[in-house]
Write a protein that binds this ligand. Structure first.
Ligand SMILES: [Zn+2]
Length: 267
């Protein structure tokens, strides 16, 4: 691993390098890492900003949407001036402004069954910050099939959830489908655009997601794999519950029934 840092890098990352758990070796690991962020919205904004600030070497970001005035209440990578711009270009500009050394790969497209495996295969770690179940299940399936660690966060109203899924790393680790076997029928669970969300709640959850992504890259602390973090902002309570691997899981079980992304193609 390349441990040669410039003077500027040593100054920039000095608060990281001071940490025994990070140090020069950890910082070099961050520099070598390739992270894909799915969705340049409320979660993707703080996620991208903190990963870029932390010195993650390459950040891919995929989204086909454009910045709208209704995004700005929570999607802090975007600005009033950039309304109408592609979200990935706007987020890339914000990340580059914080850290010009981070390579940003902006994918202005929708992730789908045709491109998901190829795209995810190019990265070490995937962070899901999407706002719909179709994409969430597609990304979860593709991560298991491509054996990539998935850091998954979700927000609604005043609540947030976060977990890490990496069944390829250990037999006891569940996947997203061990927790949620199937997407709920359309209309059953409202989206943020239907039910609302407190902007700062997405900021906290995106920042927690960035923290877990950095922990996974650095290999430090206790992974959230096998646990679900649940935060209720109104009561100011955060708790974690154990998640078990389902031996009959259609995706990661002993006899998987999902072996490719064809079901998503049909949908
Ligand atoms: Zn599973």
């Amino acid at each position: 691993m390349d441990l040669d840092f410039t003077e500027d890098e040593i100054r920039r990352y000095s608060r990281h390098i001071l940490l025994a758990e990070v140090g020069g070796t950890g910082q070099a690991r961050l520099k070598a890492a390739r992270v894909l962020i799915v969705g340049a919205g409320g979660l993707g904004s703080p996620l991208g900003l903190y990963l870029a600030a932390a010195g993650v070497g390459t950040i891919g970001i995929i989204d086909d949407d454009r910045v709208d005035v209704s995004n700005l209440q929570r999607q802090i990578a975007h600005t009033t001036e950039r309304i109408g711009a592609l979200k990935v270009e706007s987020a890339a500009a914000a990340m580059r402004a914080i850290n010009p050394d981070t390579r940003i790969e902006a994918h202005a497209m929708r992730i789908d069954a045709n491109n998901a495996l190829g795209l995810i295969g190019e990265y070490d770690l995937v962070c899901d910050g999407t706002d719909n179940f179709a994409t969430r299940f597609l990304v979860a399936d593709a991560c298991v099939l491509a054996r990539r660690t998935l850091v998954s966060a979700a927000v609604l109203r005043f609540d947030g959830q976060l977990s890490v899924f990496k069944p390829h790393a250990h037999d006891a680790n569940p996947c997203y489908r061990c927790l949620y076997p199937e997407a709920p029928p359309p209309g059953l669970v409202p989206s943020c655009s239907e039910a609302g969300v407190l902007g700062a709640v997405t900021g906290v959850m995106g920042t927690l997601q960035a923290t877990e992504a950095l922990k996974e890259i650095l290999g430090i602390g206790e992974s959230l794999a096998g646990r679900l973090l649940i935060w209720d902002a109104l009561s100011a309570r955060m708790r974690t519950v154990r998640l078990k691997r389902d031996p009959d899981c259609a995706l990661c079980g002993a006899h998987p029934r999902i072996t490719d992304l064809s079901a998503h193609r049909a949908a």
